[in-house]
Design a protein around this ligand. Structure first.
Ligand code: ZN
Length: 298
């Protein structure tokens, strides 16, 4: 399976389609990638290969361009982001420094300096995890509690970055920290009070650690409602990233930034094909086809 997968992405890569996408759709836009916890060896390889094809910019660069012309952006601009703030992200710091790559890390601030576990790491069954994302927030919490999980239950190992690591990464001048809520709920499933708390308090927590304004927000699981967008604006964030498929240009909606999910390991061919957005476009298209078929009763 792994070999078939490798061959598939190699074929797509060498067919030239992803290079074509880079030189057309992505050329005058900003591509934002989402990693989670890549190991340093793969991350270094990934940054080197992406760096040959794209121009890395920081989130601040992108925000400063707003109001300017898209032509002012470097061609094929790319922003690297990492979601959740895993402890292992600290091991990427030597690579980030060596290659001078700007990155943004989105933290679940309720888990910093604790032995807590994110709820989705506690549930090991994939189908169960997906079904918990679809129920009301109180329903999800009740079911997790029934299984012995609480957001503030201590486990034996720390899995999330601590304050010292965050500060050391920040001191490099290359890592920006944004919020990914306190405990990673699915925001549209939360009531107003909880959504507001998750969005506002996490901003305050991160600012208390970094000593600077926390301008960026990442929606857990890429899910948001109009209310959540309004809450982010009201809280004072300057931009929010989603998992909506596509690329971004100067003057776009800063609270619905499009982002592409890429693998934390595997082959460089798969990474390059996925970074070109091709894979996500095809998956979205097939998903729509499937939904249309289901709705039409076929
Ligand atoms: Zn996440």
């Amino acid at each position: 399976m792994r070999i078939l997968n490798k061959l598939l992405f190699q074929n797509i890569r060498y067919s030239g389609i992803s290079a074509f996408t880079r030189n057309t759709l992505q050329k005058r836009k900003v591509t934002i990638l989402m990693f989670h916890q890549p190991n340093p060896v793969f991350f270094e390889k990934a940054i080197l290969e992406l760096g040959k094809r794209y121009n890395f910019i920081s989130f601040d660069d992108f925000l400063n361009f707003q109001g300017g012309k898209t032509e002012d952006l470097p061609t094929k601009s790319m922003i690297i982001t990492l979601d959740d703030g895993w402890k292992s992200n600290f091991d990427l710091l030597p690579v980030i420094k060596k290659l001078r790559t700007p990155v943004a890390i989105f933290l679940m601030s309720g888990l910093i300096d604790t032995m807590f576990l994110p709820w989705f790491s506690f549930v090991d069954n994939r189908r169960k995890k997906e079904s918990l994302k679809k129920v009301s927030d109180s329903g999800r919490m009740a079911e997790l509690k029934h299984k012995g999980f609480e957001e503030t239950r201590e486990f034996s190992e720390r899995v999330i970055l601590n304050k010292d690591e965050i500060r050391e990464m920040q001191a490099s001048g290359l890592v920006t920290f944004g919020s990914h809520t306190l405990f990673h709920p699915i925001l549209p499933k939360c009531n107003d009070a909880k959504a507001s708390r998750e969005i506002n308090l996490s901003k305050e927590n991160i600012e208390a650690i970094t000593g600077i304004e926390c301008n960026l927000f990442s929606f857990p699981n890429g899910e948001y409602s109009e209310r959540d967008i309004r809450l982010c604006q009201k809280a004072g964030y300057k931009a929010a990233v989603t998992l909506d498929v596509g690329f971004n240009k100067s003057g776009c909606d800063l609270y619905r930034l499009k982002r592409i999910s890429v693998p934390d390991q595997g082959s460089i061919s798969e990474l390059l094909v996925k970074s070109s957005g091709l894979w996500a476009f095809v998956k979205t298209f097939l998903g729509r086809q499937k939904r249309t078929r289901r709705h039409s009763g076929l």
